[in-house]
Design a protein around this ligand. Sequence first.
Ligand code: SME
Length: 158
Amino acid sequence: MSVNLKEGLQGVSATDMHITAIKQINSLVNGETDMIANMANVAAYLYHTFHYFWVGFYIRKNNQLVLGPFQGPVACTRIDLNKGVCGHAATTQKSVIVPDVHQFPGHIACSSESQSEIVIPFVKENSTIFVLDVDSKKLDYFNEKDQQFLEEVVQLLV
Ligand code: SME
């Protein structure tokens, strides 16, 4: 049987999948206060549940974003705050959906296979603490529902 993972099994909408995922991620991180441990499990959960091409975290350290827990192919270890989609999300402190990475000025291609991307910043007291970066091998893969879902996910992490 061929399954459209975005639409889910048997007509289950992405939103229903997201609601289930939020509950499961909540259980996963509940009671654990270590951010890195929670990021590691959340990256694994998202990667294996939604079959994203790459999912992971970049943690802000001074003027750079440094690679944190992730799942998928090896990735760039450091991103300057004025570079890439991740730097853009970190400095504007707003989520960014990039339907076609080749059209985003300054996009950093850690893998030539990535075609679209979404980056969600986590901001505390006006300071960006980390970003969640998700890549797809398909163009225009992420929509506002994905953004809303992933914004809820980062709030569960800290
Ligand atoms: N594409 C990102 C870099 C990180 S990788 O996608 C894992 C960017 O432009 O910031």
